[in-house]
Design a protein around this ligand. Structure first.
Ligand code: GRF
Length: 200
């Protein structure tokens, strides 16, 4: 886009398709931020909790379909229209197409609920991750925030934080611990990366 932006703020799109607890934390973090704002929620699941959050927060949302995401322009033109500078994935399960990665090089990050490279890849999401950690008798798990590339859960690691897996933990109790870690760290790391990438 050659025209001047309507806002001076760096604008983030959050891609999410679940309940949206991380999305809510990120929205809260940037609510009165001087230089960064959340401009769009992108979702692939009708009725997802995250869409109610977008409505409640009066943030625009975009419901996307597989056909155009994978075989069309990957919604790049919409993202440009919304003046999106940076993309944050928070519980978005579709693979990110090359077209989108090329349009936002080093400007897409994801959070994964395990210590990558362990427990990553296709099919490793939500409780499948926590069940696998418990089945392996691991004594720790954690979160990984990473850049997104063309492979699932593969791009450069930005940040990791860990927690203890107790003998008594179930997938549900471990999920709770992981969510707490995510809520604690993701908004702050998003801010750091967005500011860094905006300078480079
Ligand atoms: C998080 O656990 C995140 O690690 C994973 O998807 C989950 C999203 O949870 N990628 P929520 O919708 O933000 O509550």
């Amino acid at each position: 886009m050659s025209e001047e932006k309507l806002t001076n703020k760096i604008t983030i799109a959050i891609f999410a398709s679940g309940a949206g607890s991380n999305t809510q934390k990120i929205i809260d973090h940037f609510r009165d931020h001087k230089t960064i704002k959340i401009g769009l929620i992108v979702c692939n699941k009708e009725g997802a909790g995250v869409l109610s959050i977008a409505k409640k927060e009066a943030i625009s949302s975009l419901l996307i379909d597989k056909e155009r995401f994978f075989k069309g322009d990957a919604f790049v033109s919409d993202l440009k229209q919304f003046e999106i500078d940076f993309i944050v994935l928070a519980g978005f399960l579709w693979k990110i197409p090359v077209k989108l990665i090329q349009a936002y090089t080093n400007k897409i990050i994801n959070i994964h609920p395990a210590l990558l490279p362990k427990y990553g890849g296709k099919g490793m999401y939500g409780n499948f991750v926590h069940e696998a950690v418990i089945a392996s008798n691991d004594i720790e798990s954690g979160i990984t925030i990473h850049y997104v590339d063309e492979l699932y859960d593969h791009g450069g690691v930005i940040f990791q934080a860990s927690c203890i897996v107790d003998k008594s933990d179930t997938a549900a109790t471990l999920a709770k611990k992981i969510h707490s870690l995510e809520h604690l760290h993701y908004p702050r790391i998003v801010e750091e990366v967005v500011e860094l990438r905006n300078r480079s």
